[in-house]
Design a protein around this ligand. Structure first.
Ligand SMILES: Cc1cc2nc3c(=O)[nH]c(=O)nc-3n(C[C@H](O)[C@H](O)[C@H](O)COP(=O)(O)O)c2cc1C
Length: 197
């Protein structure tokens, strides 16, 4: 039997990211765990909501550029830190070693195995949050987290998953089954039979 919990957002765990922007001439970073994949195809868009009370928003809007990096489990302390303190009263520009990509205002974090540079496409004005939609311009990944075919091996990234109910970071579990594949077996059963047949 299921209990109705009311309007609880149950879309966890989510991926913990670090969003970077240039604010007041300095790199600033914050933890963001509410990131959406807007589409699959070219160009690629992602989205996330940042509370209007945060410091980062102004820099993203001013320069129209930002970074989204994926910290590994080994970066949990730094990730949590940039999610605890605000650039309003703390200089977070020295927390990470940085590298330069294609965009001038998308500070990229050396220690993160995967980093994306994004160009701001749109800001959706919610009551409490600015929802930023960005186009991914370039993605940088450590050779050590890549498969031989050049695709990212998520098991080697060891991403930090965030869960709101426990307010804890979790790690990735084991692979379950091949996608767009394992479901094929249902096609030949009564449950999966094509109604048109
Ligand atoms: C794991 C984690 C996830 C977070 N996700 C979000 C988020 O999705 N949106 C948001 O507005 N704040 C989020 N925060 C809070 C901000 O990271 C935090 O308030 C930060 O200090 C704001 O920094 P800034 O004021 O320098 O921009 C998160 C914090 C943590 C620790």
């Amino acid at each position: 039997m299921k209990r109705n919990l009311g309007p609880v957002n149950a879309l966890y765990p989510s991926l913990t990211t670090i969003v970077g922007a240039i604010v007041d001439g300095k790199p600033n970073f914050l933890a963001i765990a509410h990131v959406g994949i807007m589409n699959h195809g070219q160009p690629q868009y992602l989205s996330f909501g940042i509370s209007k009370s945060h410091y980062s928003n102004r820099g993203i809007v001013e320069h129209g550029e930002f970074s989204v990096c994926l910290p590994g489990e080994d970066m949990v302390v730094e990730t949590d830190y940039v999610g605890l303190v605000s650039g309003k009263n703390t200089d977070k520009s020295k927390v990470f070693d940085l590298f330069q990509g294609e965009l001038a205002h998308a500070p990229l974090i050396q220690g993160c195995p995967v980093c994306m540079e994004c160009r701001l496409k749109q800001v959706v004005d919610f009551n409490t949050h600015d929802v930023f939609i960005g186009e991914i311009v370039a993605t940088h990944a450590e050779e050590t987290v890549l498969h031989q075919n050049g695709k990212i091996d998520i098991s080697r990234v060891r991403p930090l998953l965030f869960d709101m109910a426990s307010v804890k970071y979790w790690s990735l579990g084991a692979e379950v089954a091949p996608c767009w594949n394992v479901g094929k077996q249902l096609k030949t059963t009564r449950r999966g039979k094509n109604l048109a047949e």
